[in-house]
Design a protein around this ligand. Structure first.
Ligand SMILES: CC(C)(COP(=O)(O)OP(=O)(O)OC[C@H]1O[C@@H](n2cnc3c(N)ncnc32)[C@H](O)[C@@H]1OP(=O)(O)O)[C@@H](O)C(=O)NCCC(=O)NCCSC(=O)CC(=O)O
Length: 953
């Protein structure tokens, strides 16, 4: 070698020599010289060297072409030639790989090449053209570092000084300042350090794991790093793996298999069999970067970021700021760990990928947990405990690798919903666990499906008895425990009234916390809950009582007299007021037994008026309620940290089965308002996180001065449903508050079917989003039942665990509304766009939706037609600025009659709930009809379109 040459020239010339052939002995020498020369290169020369390798030692195109043609030739003759294939493989391989293999012949070559790759990786972000070279390194290192050769050994204070140096240098999770700190990590009897070695790198550890023996789950890192007295190992109950380092940068991305940590746990467990818990205290390195990216798109996240960025940083946090931020941050962290995924379906966070892939469960989020500047930059100082349960590792590992499921439990599972159960119909996740576990941090995390909403509630009440469930206007709070006791008290009274499983409990009561308890008590006893609109009149009530034959009827105090006569017919009449009064609450007994039910047992009947006049009772099962609840919890990321503004009535799907069920199942809390009140809501917005409403809510809020960007800053979700939201309201709301309302689609018979996304896609105004997981929605030609292509309007049909079983005692009506393959014909018309978002464009059924209430014209027409001064009538819905749509009656007078509007209204009012009353009655000589004689309601709607558009609501 000519020593006057510079190191780069020497290196390049050595490489050329290596590639020109020669024996192994000379190759060792030349490779040694090459690596010696490489070691002296400065940064620009390293870049030049890597660039040269990439450009000059790539694939030889001519050789590849020749090899391909040869292979192709033998292949097409029908006599494939193995040599030709090997030749093709050789030609495909870039020459670099051969060169690197030859460099590896040098003594210490492997470690030097690992170092070389570390240098290369530092350059990569700025020099993407070097990626092919890194790919070659990765390929070779993966084959050299066979995990089967890994050896684990404990490192002690007595280990070699060389090994100590490696540890000092390699510790980058919680760096050490020097020997004194190293001694603190190695010597005390409550510390263990394990290292993994490979024959190719000798005494240089590839990975090391630091363990502290502690009592209870560690929440902050400082006590583990700072000096202090050691704990006697027999006093510890937990091994905390607090630092896991991959010691060599050059091996980044090289997988050593998933069970390294298992070996550590087995070894510690063998030494100290009395330990009960194995957890980590891990950083969350990618969180802040994600929040800064994602946070720009979501109002709730933007707010959280602002709070964190103005909180005073790791050293300046005040207790008030901590209290304000912690629950929001925990929720967002949980979402980041559990839900946010890379394109390959794996969690975004690298440390999460490592532990979850090892079979751990995400267990507890801690904040503030690490006050170092670096931790603040990575995760605002948050840390997480992953929990390793020796008996669960393989199963969780498989679940994670095969299905991408993130195991979770403990406080994180409580906050973010336990892990979805597997194997349910349509892949629908279930809520919570089958048996309410007392909350034990060591207990198995809840995972089994929970079959009823009552069960979910009972589980939450056991887990968080003192948490607030209801906060009433005026500030009174009612906890989960208190509600649980009320449920048991009402259950005792219902049982005493003779309620047996399958019996109906009809309730026409004002909105109160006790009314929710009545619902739960009914479910507890295996009864069927039948909530009735408080606006229903005597005639409407008579129909429901006759049809549903309830065992118990619950009314507001003072209204029971009217039903006294029915008592003899086996009906128990009870009362329940909104002030904690009523016969239902008069007893002191508590009924604790829970009647076991199955998914298919009926839980509730909700009446929907029919197009043919008679109201139909939609029978909803426990499975309908729980599956839909679980799907919504997941879709809207609804958790125990949520505080919902509840201003809807609770006798319908929206207020009861969406809002209340979700709150109970999540262990969340509600600001519980008796009805819509714009001022009360805008006053609550700064303290709440979620609002669920009908479009009228949003129309009215937009008229309220209290609706501002500031008052909504802490909100994370506004949901609208039950009726179409005007695209203009959607836009105005977003402009005012920064929040895009999440519009979803449901109905009494099906619960919720679709929703616009919370994340991962736009919320498209004018659409109701995509089907919830487990629910199938199709748009078909109403006549043929054929599925229509995207973009075409047709009949919307739904199938899934959310869809009711049928109408109460109406098998023919039920059969008429289902297709043979189980799809329910909703009666709505819609179309899917090219992204799979559904828009509702009309109704096949004759129906008016006023302020979220369904009104069936037929019911009103029958009453009007019965009036002596009316020949015939047509009832239609016309646009209304407050209710979206409102009811208008078009009447053809009987010959010689000229009935007045008030006169007709008074005649029907007594038998119709107020919201069904026509807001206008118009007289016409004849109704427009088509050739078949059918009344053309579309023409009437068009004619009266502007009746209310200028009216002041
Ligand atoms: C929109 C509302 C807030 C309006 O109620 P308010 O009490 O504020 O009304 P208000 O005080 O302005 O009342 C004005 C007058 O109108 C009457 N009124 C009240 N609500 C009405 C309505 N929806 N349509 C027509 N009239 C209505 C009152 O009795 C009153 O009559 P007067 O002047 O004579 O006293 C309420 O109706 C509401 O909460 N709607 C939500 C309905 C709901 O939950 N739907 C979900 C169904 S489940 C479902 O559809 C499935 C799904 O969700 O997907």
């Amino acid at each position: 070698m000519a020593h006057r040459l510079g190191p780069l020239e020497r290196l390049l010339s050595a490489c050329a020599t290596l590639m020109s052939g020669g024996g192994e002995a000379s190759a060792r020498t030349v490779a040694g010289e090459a690596l010696t020369a490489y070691a002296t290169l400065d940064e620009p020369n390293r870049l030049a060297f890597f660039t040269h390798l990439t450009d000059a030692y790539g694939v030889d195109a001519d050789r590849l072409r020749t090899a391909y043609h040869r292979w192709e030739g033998t292949h097409t003759t029908g006599h494939p030639d193995g040599d030709a294939l090997v030749g093709l493989f050789d030609a495909v391989e870039p020459a670099r790989q051969r060169l690197l293999r030859r460099l590896n012949h040098a003594p210490g070559g492997t470690l030097a090449l690992v170092g070389m790759r570390a240098d290369l990786r530092r350059l990569l972000p700025e020099r993407p053209h070097l990626r092919p070279l890194d790919h070659d390194f990765h390929h070779l290192l993966t084959s050299w570092f066979n995990r089967g050769f890994l050896r684990m050994a404990e490192v002690t204070w007595g280990s070699s000084p060389r090994l100590h140096r490696h540890l000092l240098r390699g510790e980058r999770v919680h760096p050490m300042t020097g020997d004194e700190e190293l001694r603190r990590r190695l010597q005390p009897e409550d510390r263990r350090v394990y290292a993994f070695f490979h024959p190719a790198t000798g005494e240089v550890p590839l990975i090391f794991v630091e363990v502290a023996l502690v009592r209870g789950l560690p929440r902050t890192i400082a006590p583990l790093l700072e000096p202090g007295p050691a704990l006697r190992p027999d006093e510890a109950d937990t091994a905390a793996l607090y630092s896991i380092n991959s010691a060599l940068d050059g091996l980044a991305g090289i997988s050593f298999g998933s069970f390294l940590i298992k070996q550590v746990i087995e070894d510690v467990g063998r030494q100290l069999p009395h330990l009960t818990d194995f957890v980590t205290l891990s950083p969350i390195p990618g969180f802040r970067r994600w929040l800064e990216g994602e946070g720009a798109r979501e109002a709730g996240l933007r707010h959280l970021r602002r709070l964190l960025d103005t909180s005073g940083g790791p050293s300046g946090l005040t207790p008030a700021a901590t209290e304000d931020i912690a629950p929001r941050l925990r929720r967002t962290l949980a979402r980041y760990i559990v839900k946010e995924r890379r394109e390959d379906g794996r969690p975004l966070d690298p440390v999460a990928r490592f532990h979850l892939g090892n079979g751990a469960a995400a267990w507890q989020l801690n904040w503030p947990a690490d006050t170092s500047q670096r931790a603040w930059e990575q995760s605002y100082g948050a840390m997480i405990n992953y929990r390793y349960e020796p008996g669960e590792l393989e199963r969780r590992h498989e679940d994670f690798v095969r299905h991408g499921r993130v195991a979770r439990g403990g406080p994180l599972g409580d906050t973010y919903g336990a892990q979805p159960a597997t194997g349910r119909a349509h892949g629908t996740p279930a809520i919570g666990s089958g048996t309410p576990p007392p909350h034990d941090r060591r207990g198995t995390p809840p995972m089994a499906p929970c079959p009823t909403i009552h069960r979910s509630f009972a589980e939450q009440a056991a887990r968080r008895p003192d948490a607030t469930l209801f906060e009433l206007p005026g500030g009174r709070r009612i906890t989960y425990r208190e509600t649980g006791l009320t449920v048991q008290r009402i259950a005792a009274r219902l049982a005493a009234a003779g309620l047996t499983p399958g019996d109906r409990v009809a309730a026409q009561v004002g909105k109160s916390p006790e009314a929710v308890a009545l619902y739960l008590a009914t479910l507890q006893l295996g009864g069927v809950f039948l909530p009735l609109n408080t606006a229903y009149t005597g005639a409407e009530m008579d129909y429901f009582l006759h049809d549903a034959e309830p065992r118990v009827l619950v009314l507001a105090p003072g209204r029971e007299e009217r039903y006294a006569a029915r008592r003899s017919a086996g009906l128990a009449v009870e009362t329940l007021g909104t002030e904690g009064d009523g016969t239902l609450l008069s007893g002191t007994e508590h009924h604790e037994a829970v009647h076991p039910v199955t998914d298919g047992d009926p839980a509730a009947i909700l009446y929907t008026s029919g197009t043919t006049g008679r109201s139909k009772g939609a029978v909803l099962t426990h499975g309908n309620l729980t599956s839909n609840c679980a799907a919504l919890l997941d879709a809207w990321e609804y958790t125990a940290e949520d505080r919902l503004i509840h201003a809807l009535p609770i006798f319908h799907v929206h207020g009861l089965f969406v809002a209340v069920n979700m709150t109970l199942a999540a262990g969340a809390s509600m600001y519980y308002l008796p009805s819509f009140d714009a001022t009360a809501i805008t006053d609550l917005l700064p303290r709440a996180t979620v609002l669920m409403g009908v479009p009228t809510f949003y129309t009215r809020l937009l008229r309220s001065e209290g609706l501002t960007r500031e008052s909504c800053a802490g909100m994370r979700l506004f949901v609208s449903g039950s009726a179409p939201l005007l695209a203009s309201d959607h836009a105005a709301f977003e402009a005012r508050t920064g929040h895009a309302i999440v519009e979803r689609y449901g109905m009494t018979e099906t619960n919720m079917n679709t929703t616009n996304p919370l994340t991962g896609g736009p919320r498209k105004p004018g659409t109701v989003g995509k089907p919830l997981p487990g629910t199938e929605v199709r748009v078909v030609d109403a006549g043929t039942g054929e599925r229509l292509p995207d973009g075409e309007v047709g009949s919307i049909e739904v199938r899934g665990p959310n869809v009711f079983t049928g109408y109460w005692r109406m098998p023919e009506k039920t059969a008429a509304e289902f297709r043979p393959d189980g799809f329910f014909i909703t009666g709505d018309l819609g179309r899917f766009d090219e992204d799979g978002y559904l828009s509702i464009v009309g109704r096949a059924k004759d129906l008016v939706i006023s302020g979220g209430y369904n009104v069936y014209p037929k019911e009103i027409e029958e009453l009007l037609d019965a009036h002596p001064k009316v020949a015939e009538s047509a009832v239609i819905g016309v646009p209304h600025p407050d209710f979206g749509e409102t009811v208008v009656a078009v009447v053809v007078p009987a010959p010689g009659e000229e009935p007045g509007e008030t006169e007709l209204l008074e005649a029907v009012a007594g038998d119709l709930a107020r919201f069904k009353h026509p807001r206008a009655i118009r007289l016409l000589d004849t109704l427009p009809r088509n050739v078949m004689g059918k009344v053309q309601k579309a023409a009437l709607r068009e004619h009266y379109r502007d009746l209310f558009t200028d009216a002041d609501a």
